[in-house]
Design a protein around this ligand. Structure first.
Ligand SMILES: Cc1ncc(COP(=O)(O)O)c(C=O)c1O
Length: 383
């Protein structure tokens, strides 16, 4: 087949006129850091998820960090999470001095295998962090009932899950804290950014303090007309606030998330159709329960040839790709610190060396997907 001339990236944010107009208006307004637009963005998220509170932050990682801090997660505590996720979760657990306890995933969906959670719960367990992998929801009923039984907190990692519904409920809408990511490859972006949703005004207050130096009042209120610029700090905090100029971008993206996800879903449908039955490739499988998939990623498992070789061959065809994720329990420091996990996550270890994320983004064309599928078939045929 004819090789395309221009490179097809693995992902690319969709930035249009409305994004540029919103950001420009903010830039001209005289207030570009945390303020009214962040509040509006937060209100958008409570509406989307059905949560009572939302706190904007400058990354999902920052969100996870202040949630774990606000919950007083401390050395000796254990946190249950899949190893098949981005390293940020494990980093935040490790930075609190706590221990990640990894649970295997289902090979087909790459979501946490909820049948294996209970056996990992001990007296030290404080929380479960499920990940809605690639935009397909984890089995929240099972996770929530285990959390209730053992009095654990659930923190949903909804980094992939703007537009993901589980049995009619949007992720982040179950009452416990959840984090969303707006990194440029995510379903909506603010360049970098994140959102916490929850139903707990007391915890929300703590999160707002931890987000901004521990300072009691928002800067935009302190510096307004008649505001009092003095402040006091009852406890130390981080500098994790989202600026309004990024919230402006997020607000424009929020108006388009349904359009984006519709497109992602259509493109994923073409992948599934064209690659269905191609031997040597395992396609993503779906949870059995009622759900809406956000199609953040399209992850295949390459069985027919070595993954590095496969990636080299995709490059020859001018096609980009991603790796989501190298399992966290195999990362150098994680392996050294929590070595008992190696070899105990058979499905994660079976899937990981074969996994590769194919290009998927809203402005990708149908003919781009057709091209990738043709290239993959040719690569497999030629061995
Ligand atoms: C599953 C998962 N969790 C958390 C994060 C962290 O998000 P952020 O980059 O906004 O900190 C990511 C980002 O890639 C992710 O994929």
């Amino acid at each position: 087949m004819k090789i395309r001339k221009n490179f097809l990236p693995f992902s690319r944010p969709s930035i249009g006129k409305s994004e540029i107009n919103r950001v420009t208006t903010c830039l001209k307004s005289g207030w570009i850091t945390t303020g009214a637009l962040c509040k509006e963005f937060e209100d958008n998220f409570t509406r989307l998820t059905g949560s009572q509170n939302a706190v904007s932050v400058n990354s999902a990682t920052a969100g996870m960090h202040i949630i774990l801090s606000a919950l007083n997660i401390a050395p000796d505590d254990e946190i249950i999470t899949p190893s098949m996720t981005f390293a940020s979760t494990v980093n935040m657990i490790a930075l609190r001095g706590a221990k990640p306890v990894f649970v295997d995933v289902d090979y087909g969906t790459l979501n946490i295998n909820t049948d294996l959670i209970e056996e990992k719960i001990t007296k030290k367990t404080k929380a479960i962090i499920p990940v809605h992998f690639a935009g397909a929801p984890a089995d929240m009923d099972k996770i929530n009932s285990l959390a209730k039984k053992y009095k654990l907190t659930v923190i949903e990692d909804a980094a992939h899950a703007v537009g993901t519904y589980y049995k009619g409920i949007h992720t982040g809408g179950f009452g416990h804290p959840a984090i969303f990511s707006f990194h440029p490859i995510k379903n909506i972006t603010t360049g970098e950014g994140g959102m916490i949703t929850l139903n707990d005004a007391g915890l929300e207050k703590k999160l707002r303090l931890l987000r901004f130096h521990g300072i009691e009042r928002d800067a935009w209120k302190r510096y307004g007309k008649g505001g009092n610029p003095s402040y006091d700090i009852a406890g130390p905090g981080y500098k994790y606030n989202m600026p309004d100029v990024l919230a402006a971008l997020g607000l424009a993206q929020m108006e388009r998330w349904q359009e984006f996800n519709r497109k992602r879903s259509e493109l994923a449908g073409i992948y599934l159709e064209k690659l269905g039955g191609v031997s040597g490739i395992d396609l993503p499988q779906f949870p059995q329960y009622d759900h809406v998939h956000a199609w953040h990623l399209f992850v295949i498992k390459v069985c027919a040839l070595d993954r590095d070789e496969f990636m080299n061959r995709l490059s020859d065809y001018n096609i980009g790709y991603g790796l989501h994720f190298p399992p966290t329990h195999t990362l150098n420091y994680v392996k050294a610190r929590y070595e008992e996990n190696v070899g105990l996550l058979p499905e994660t270890e079976r899937a990981a060396p074969k996994m590769i994320s194919l290009p998927l983004f809203p402005d990708m064309l149908e003919k781009d997907v057709q091209y990738v599928c043709k290239a993959i078939k040719e690569i497999i045929r030629n061995g």
